[in-house]
Design a protein around this ligand. Structure first.
Ligand code: ZN
Length: 163
């Protein structure tokens, strides 16, 4: 099912997401499938559960091998080496900006089946995972942006709804 995306400044985007307790929960499994479907439909590089109104530590990222769901993801190490690149976000439509992110990161998580994962993400994958894990802390790319490259007016407009 395609889920509606919460748009900034929706309050849920600023909450800290809760840890997933059981992957045997059918509602959680359903949410993971729906997140994957919604990300593909919206052509996103990644999507975090708070963006569809569920304050849970679940993200999905698009990789060359398909959709990778990461449950309770944790970043253990962020490289000192950083790269500046353009980012967008489905919760901030039409807005893009340059964000500095680590060029690689060591990530642990559980798979949708509950298997423990630990891997090194590099380049774009590291960027997307860091962006999505930020969502779980209530952090948005506009908090870290060096320069807005597109949609400055749209951003000002969205911010004006912030009361
Ligand atoms: Zn985002």
């Amino acid at each position: 099912m395609i889920l509606p995306i919460k748009i900034y400044p929706d309050k849920i985007l600023r909450q800290r997401a809760k840890k997933v307790v059981s992957l045997k929960d059918k509602k959680i499994q359903r949410l993971i499938w729906d997140l994957a479907e919604t990300m593909k439909e919206k052509d996103g590089a990644g999507l975090a559960a708070p963006q569809v109104g569920k304050s849970l530590r679940i993200i999905v990222v698009n990789t060359k091998d398909g959709v990778m769901p990461l449950i309770n993801p944790k970043i253990w190490l962020r490289s000192f080496k950083k790269e500046l690149a353009e980012e967008g976000c489905l919760s901030l439509p039409e807005i893009f900006g340059l964000v500095k992110r680590s060029s690689f990161a060591i990530v642990s998580a559980r798979t949708q089946a509950g298997k423990r994962l630990r891997f090194t993400a590099r380049g774009l994958l590291a960027r997307v995972i860091c962006h999505e894990v930020d969502h779980l802390k209530g952090v948005l790319f506009i908090d870290k942006v060096k320069k807005i490259t597109k949609g400055e007016k749209e951003l000002a407009e969205l911010k004006s709804h912030n009361t």
